[in-house]
Ligand binder design. Structure first.
Ligand code: CA
Length: 554
């Protein structure tokens, strides 16, 4: 008779995802599986980069806002100065697609109990809130956390008075009001005291409508304010063109009837910010400024190819991707404006997307890029771009890896499409959890790459499949990259255990990067395993971080 051995059933090498790996510190995700919680700093970074824009597949918008804000506030308590530094670092490097999350987080820091944190947050105001629009956004958020005490008033006053007067005047002309705030409102609260009759003083008087003396601007007033006045008084579009060219007068300073003229837009192309330029390509094509081979098109193509300018303008790849999707469709977001897309501009936007990431020193290792195309990855939008689901955004991020690494295999899971491999773990259950090869090429245009993952049906989620697939197919992989929301639940083995099995059986010290595509609190990366990394999707710093990690340079 065999002796009883109750301990023989306890295994830590393969645990169903519906159960916690014993002793691991895993927590339940929203899908009924167990994963690791990310720490508050990682959660902060996910929020700063991915933000909250509507609901995700599993959570309402208000729940996501509450969770994200709570993580920000916990970071402020844990280490307020570090929180300010993280916010400043993300913002000044332009790693965030949108400004709302970073400015919201800075406003929270400006209301910290700790006086050092408050002072540091207010000192970071000019670095994080670089434009008038940013400042208005901050003014709204900060009232959600605190009142207008002396420190806050002084910081806002300094925002106005420490700038070069011409730079200040440009901000005053370009961003007059937004979100219920105007410079007049802020100046009334902050009461800056520039030197009497200095250029700054005259500019601020202009902002509150008190600049004119005897029906004219005083001589010391910044020149762009004179130009603004001339543009407003100009009778023809031809009169405003020299003002634009000579003073870099932004389109906000022009009258709408002048903006209808293509030659005005032609003049605006060299002086318009890159973000506004890519957003207005459809409009400029519709009004005839851009046509195949036109001087306007030539000027736009030159700007889109200027990598240095793209970086210093902090043009985010998501903004380029959004512009590409809209421009190529030939139809504006609200559907009223239509145009015939110019192929050269579509191609240029495709190149600009890659230029907008910092140039990456490749890892040069064998890489398997696995895209989670499950149902939950099709819920919600990334960075407020209409139609850009986490699934499509993953494809765009995978395109960056394809463009930088020499040896990449790309697959989608869990989907048993054409040429699929079906996991034996699931075969017996009668379902078809599989891996489908995605034949993507670095020569494909981004919109084709997105289209390749758009057509898949929705299915369940098992994030261990990429490793099991590589093992069964005998693929040598140094670096697994999984693009997911970590809402995995369906497998007989956890992804971290599958990676361990892969390492043991192949002898390859394979690493795993989890690219978070939703701002939740979960990861399949075991924090105790130095061979696993968690990065945030669409962080412009992510591709280099992943390459350094994969190459063992971290
Ligand atoms: Ca899922």
């Amino acid at each position: 008779m065999p002796s009883r051995n109750p301990l023989a059933g306890f295994i830590t090498r393969a645990t169903p995802q519906s159960q916690r790996i014993p002793g691991s510190g895993q927590v339940p995700n929203s899908a009924g599986g167990y994963v690791w919680p990310v720490d508050d700093w990682a959660r902060l970074r996910r929020f700063l980069i991915l933000g909250v824009d509507g609901p995700s597949y599993y959570a309402s918008e208000s729940a996501l806002v509450a969770e994200s804000a709570a993580a920000v506030l916990r970071c402020v308590v844990l280490d307020g100065p570090r929180t300010v530094d993280e916010i400043t670092a993300v913002s000044t490097a332009g790693r965030n697609p949108r400004h709302q999350p970073v400015i919201f987080a800075l406003a929270a820091c400006a209301a910290a109990h700790d006086p050092d944190t408050r002072a540091r947050a207010l000192a970071a105001l000019p670095a994080v809130c670089r434009t008038g629009t940013h400042l208005f956004l901050f003014a709204g958020y900060v009232e959600q956390f605190r009142g207008w005490g002396r420190g806050l008033r002084r910081a806002v006053a300094d925002w106005y008075t420490t700038k070069d007067a011409d730079a200040l005047a440009y901000q005053l002309v370009k961003y007059q009001q937004r979100d219920g705030w105007s410079h007049r409102d802020l100046l009334r609260l902050a009461k800056p005291r520039p030197e009497r009759d200095s250029a700054t003083d005259l500019a601020l008087r202009w902002a509150v409508g008190k600049a004119e003396v005897n029906g004219a601007l005083p001589a010391g007033t910044p020149r762009i304010l004179h130009a603004h006045r001339s543009a407003q008084a100009a009778s023809t579009a031809a009169d405003v063109i020299p003002l634009i060219t000579e003073h870099r007068l932004p389109w906000e300073a022009l009258r709408s009837e002048h903006l209808a003229a293509p030659e005005v837009w032609q003049a605006l192309i060299p002086v318009t910010g890159l973000g506004a330029l890519v957003r207005n390509l459809g409009r400029m094509t519709a009004n005839g400024t851009l046509a195949p081979g036109s001087p306007g098109t030539h000027a736009v193509l030159a700007r889109l190819a200027d990598t240095g300018a793209i970086r210093s303008a902090r043009l985010h790849p998501i903004a380029v991707l959004a512009a590409l999707i809209t421009y190529r469709s030939g139809r504006g977001a609200r559907g009223r404006l239509t145009w015939d897309p110019i192929p050269a501009i579509v191609d240029a936007l495709d190149d600009t997307f890659y230029r907008a990431f910092a140039s990456v020193k490749p890892a040069g290792v064998r890489t398997l890029a696995a895209l989670d195309v499950s149902g939950s990855m099709s819920g919600g939008v990334v960075a407020g771009v209409p139609g850009l689901t986490p699934r499509l955004a993953s494809a765009a991020m995978a395109a960056v890896t394809l463009a930088t690494e020499p040896e990449v295999i790309t697959v989608a899971f869990n989907i048993a499409g054409k040429g699929a491999w079906v996991s034996p773990n699931h075969r017996r259950g009668g379902s078809d959890y599989g891996i489908t090869p995605l034949p993507l090429s670095r020569r494909q245009r981004l919109d084709d790459i997105l289209a390749a993952v758009d057509g898949f049906p929705f299915c369940g989620t098992d994030c261990s499949l990429p490793m099991l697939y590589a093992l069964e197919r005998g693929l040598a992989v140094d670096h697994f990259v999984v693009y997911t929301d970590s809402e995995t639940w369906a497998g007989d083995i956890h992804p971290a255990q599958a990676l361990q099995r892969y390492r043991e059986r192949t002898g390859i010290a394979a690493r795993l990067t989890v690219v978070a595509m939703v701002s939740n609190g979960f990861t399949i990366a075991d924090p105790a395993d130095a061979g696993m990394l968690d990065v945030v999707g669409f962080d412009t710093a992510a591709p280099q971080l992943m390459a350094d990690f994969a190459a063992g340079r971290l």
